[in-house]
Design a protein around this ligand. Structure first.
Ligand code: ARG
Length: 461
């Protein structure tokens, strides 16, 4: 067994301190790169063969060994990766390969360093995770559209400052979050484009002296292109920062959605009821139904923001090129990917099971002077300058408040005290239906516009 043997033993005479060995080890977490690193090794092996650095027989022996490792891992799962002594995933794979195929396995590392190797494996891994995050985002978008479709006529009070502002269609609210997630998907796909560049062939930092056709290796691995500067390639972790910051925005959007639903699910608002599937009870208070799923999503946003900042801080003061500090990138990236995907999936489950209390939401959208702006706009249509119309409508509200009546509950004569231009048709104008229907410019909440927006959103998926 080569187990425990270091990749870099030649220059050393003394023994490593056991405490430092533990501290130095990354295999506890970077084993997640196993498959990606084997793929990178297969591509590199092919590159060495094509360059004439290894023979046909050596190529076949090494590639068979690597495929055997992959197959063993597929069969045995993560128990195959149980190894308390391996320093990192790269040394684990190389030592297992040598165990399997013998000395020929020692040729694989020609023209390669763990520096370009780890950068390659992490890009490959994160490329797949980015695709998974995109699919999960799409799942949330679909759930939002389904929810909007099943409540096409539902109305919700819209808020600013969490004070009742103007009524909006519930579907318009759903589509607001749809837009945020659409931008998130764009950001992730742009990040993926820059991620999909291959560092392999940069070796430790200076590039390789072996005539490896890097384009061929890149094609093998599905990279769009090869890195243009070896110093940059081994020390670049921008792709991690970009993934984490795009993820931080995803989490910010999920957190806002969670917050809206948590508020709407309170007894005080009561616009939605969360499914038992995504809530918990209280160990003490029998009546409680707590929105834990949404609270956890809101809470987990904090750790993803932390990872984005940690990655920036990690690279900030590093001299070129590779520094061992960079080993710290992995846990931040892994946890970001896991947290974002799980938060998206749980949110989709919440949305697929939420019940909208349409009557209650509509009632809430009909009181609280939510048609005061409509009153001002009505006066504007009769030629009153908006500032004066706003003033008159404001005084009507004050009058209504003193009597405990909504604007549309005041007598025509009362309203005319504030503006003689008010006539009988004002009641129609103040109705919830009209209030919504008049918001008919692009991006507005009129039923027609929202129908169009829903169709366009569907088509965009
Ligand atoms: N485990 C290391 C990391 O994750 C791999 C690269 C090590 N390279 C080195 N020259 N020590 O960054």
């Amino acid at each position: 067994m080569t187990e425990g043997k270091k990749l870099w033993g030649g220059r050393f005479t003394g023994q490593i301190d056991p405490g430092f060995a533990r501290f130095n080890r990354s295999f506890g977490f970077d084993r997640r790169l196993f498959e990606a690193d084997v793929m990178g090794s297969l591509a590199h092996c092919d590159g060495l063969f094509a360059a004439g650095v290894i023979s046909d027989a050596e190529n076949v022996a090494i590639a068979d060994g690597l495929l055997w490792l992959l197959a063993r891992w597929h069969e045995a799962g993560d128990s195959f990766l149980a190894d308390e002594s391996a320093e990192d995933v790269h040394s684990f794979i190389e030592s297992r390969l040598i165990d399997r195929v013998g000395d020929v396995g020692r040729r694989l590392h020609t023209g390669r360093s763990r520096n370009d190797q780890v950068a390659t494996a992490l890009r490959l891994w994160l490329r797949d995770e980015t695709a998974r995050a995109d699919a999960a985002l799409r799942g949330v978008q679909t759930a939002l559209l389904d929810l909007a479709d099943s409540h096409a006529d539902a109305v919700l009070p819209g808020y600013t400052h969490l004070q009742r502002a103007q009524p909006v269609l519930f579907a318009h609210w759903c589509l607001a979050y749809f837009e945020m997630f659409a931008r998130d998907r764009e950001r992730l796909s742009e990040a993926r484009r820059r991620m999909n560049v291959m560092p392999l062939g940069s070796a430790a930092l200076a590039g390789t002296s072996h005539p490896i056709d890097r384009e061929r290796v890149a094609r093998f691995l599905g990279f769009d292109s090869v890195s243009r500067n070896s110093l940059d390639a081994v020390s670049d972790r921008d792709f991690c920062v970009e993934f984490a910051s795009a993820s931080a925005l995803v989490m910010a959007h999920l957190s806002r959605l969670a917050e809206d639903l948590i508020v709407y699910a309170t007894t005080e608002f009561g616009f939605v009821e969360l499914s038992d599937a995504v809530a918990t009870g209280s160990s003490l208070m029998p009546q409680k139904k707590n929105p834990d799923a949404l609270e956890l999503v809101r809470g987990k946003s904090a750790r993803v923001f932390g990872h984005a900042l940690a990655l920036l801080a990690l690279i900030k003061g590093l001299p070129l090129t590779y520094n061992k500090d960079m080993q710290e990138d992995k846990e931040a990236v892994f946890d970001t990917a896991d947290t974002v995907r799980e938060s998206l999936d749980v949110t989709a489950t919440v949305l697929r099971n939420v019940r909208l209390r349409e009557a209650r939401a509509r009632d809430a959208a009909s009181v609280g002077y939510m048609n005061a702006t409509e009153m001002a706009d009505y006066l504007v249509r009769r030629g009153v300058p908006f500032r004066e119309a706003h003033e008159a409508a404001g005084r009507m509200v004050l009058h209504g408040l003193s009597k405990g009546l909504e604007l549309h509950e005041l007598e025509l004569e009362e309203l005319q005290e504030f503006s003689p231009l008010v006539s009988e048709d004002v009641y129609e104008a103040l109705s919830l239906e009209q209030t919504l229907a008049t918001k008919s410019q692009a991006g507005g909440t009129s039923p027609g516009r929202v129908r169009e927006a829903l169709a366009a959103a569907r088509a965009s998926l």
